[in-house]
Design a protein around this ligand. Structure first.
Ligand SMILES: Cc1ncc(COP(=O)(O)O)c(C=O)c1O
Length: 367
């Protein structure tokens, strides 16, 4: 069986480094925050090209605490795509604000800046683009809309660790960037984890307070509402051990994507994912009219695949109020996208049988 993704295979590959990282925490006395978290925050800030990084408990917390730190709350609307993971919109609800879903571009599958501009109204407080599957959203255009209307810009970088746009790191275009280290992410821990990256020192300080009971810096006095949303030392130590491998892992993902592309390019029935120099292929999602049939065919051949995301968020009961207009491009992608294995430890030696199985199905359909 070829799994769609496999954190255990990644753990096996880097087991000596992970064991040493865990042993370091077990041999110490700090299990929450402490020097391991500080060391990871410093290293990840440098990697991201941001001045500050604050480790938090998950990607959803990274988004929610960024929004709160930017003063977003009840009465505010936050514009985001509906083609994303539920956590993106949950974070908005957590702050008492409302998600406002807008259309994505058919080509990039990321939020459409012109749809964002159309949706801005008197209650709009922020724009939250998602770099879906590791592909950059059009940040210069989104920054222009945000600046024109004095809106906060929060990048959901949960799927784009290390990605760039025209040579510049994603996550540095907005006011804050939110990362998830869920185990399947390009940089993933062995449990939950997340981080906020920003160049704004005050914003970072507010997130630091919010992640820990609203404590004032260096003490245990609550100055404001806060949460328990800290990054564990053991996860931070693992992330610090895996960070040096991230760039090579992203390059491997790009190489695997190029191999898939060569197999599928001649086949018009397959919609290929967009390519960009700085894309880090968190997923390789192709589009096919009979997505569910293709998924069943692959499963019968022992190949795992995954649907990202159906239903799209504007169809989730929790977010039904979120779409002011129909989202036909989002719906069409949601009905046709299928993510093939791309994690290097899973896909490196399996591209050919996977591609063959896909082409076999597509050929059978068109004969
Ligand atoms: C685009 C996106 N946003 C937010 C999240 C939420 O992250 P977490 O699961 O760490 O809370 C995820 C991932 O899981 C995601 O893929």
């Amino acid at each position: 069986m070829i799994l769609q993704a496999s954190p255990p295979l990644r753990i096996a590959r880097f087991r000596p480094e992970i064991d040493a990282a865990v042993a370091g925490v077990l041999g110490g006395t700090e299990y929450i925050l402490g020097s391991a978290v500080a060391a990871f925050e410093a290293a990840f800030a440098e990697y991201c090209g941001s001045r500050h990084c604050v480790g938090v408990a998950s990607g959803t917390d990274a988004l929610a605490l960024s929004l709160r730190a930017l003063g977003i709350g009840p009465g505010d609307e936050v514009i985001l795509p509906a083609l994303t993971f539920a956590g993106s919109a949950q974070a908005i609800l957590h702050c008492g604000a409302e998600p406002r879903f807008v259309e994505v571009e058919a080509g990039t599958r990321c939020i459409d800046p012109s749809a964002v501009a159309d949706a801005v109204n008197g209650r709009t407080a922020a724009i939250m683009p998602v770099h879906l599957f590791g592909h950059p959203a059009d940040m210069p255009a989104l920054r222009e809309v945000a600046d024109r209307h004095h809106l906060a810009l929060i990048e959901d970088c949960a799927q784009s660790h290390g990605a760039t746009l025209k040579g510049r790191r994603l996550g540095t275009f907005g006011h804050a960037a939110a990362y998830s280290f869920y185990p399947t992410k390009n940089l993933g821990c062995i449990g939950d984890g997340g981080a906020v990256a920003t160049n704004d020192a005050q914003l970072a300080e507010r997130v630091r307070a919010l992640r820990q009971y609203g404590f004032a810096p260096g003490g245990r006095v609550s100055r404001s509402l806060g949460f328990n949303a800290r990054l564990d030392a053991i996860q931070a130590a693992i992330l610090l051990a895996l960070l040096p491998h991230l760039a090579a892992g992203n390059a491997e993902r790009r190489a695997i994507a190029a191999r898939y592309r060569a197999h599928f390019e001649p086949c018009p029935a397959i919609g290929l994912p967009p390519d960009a120099d700085g894309c880090v292929y968190h997923q390789f999602a192709l589009a096919h009219a009979d997505r569910d049939g293709l998924m069943r065919h692959l499963a019968a051949a022992g190949i795992g695949s995954a649907v990202h995301y159906a239903p799209a968020l504007h169809r989730h009961p929790a977010f039904l109020e979120g779409a002011a207009r129909p989202l036909p491009v989002t719906d069409a992608l949601s009905a046709t996208l299928l993510s093939l294995p791309i994690q290097p430890e899973v896909a490196r030696d399996a591209v050919e049988p996977i591609a063959e199985a896909v082409l076999d199905f597509v050929g059978a359909r068109t004969r």
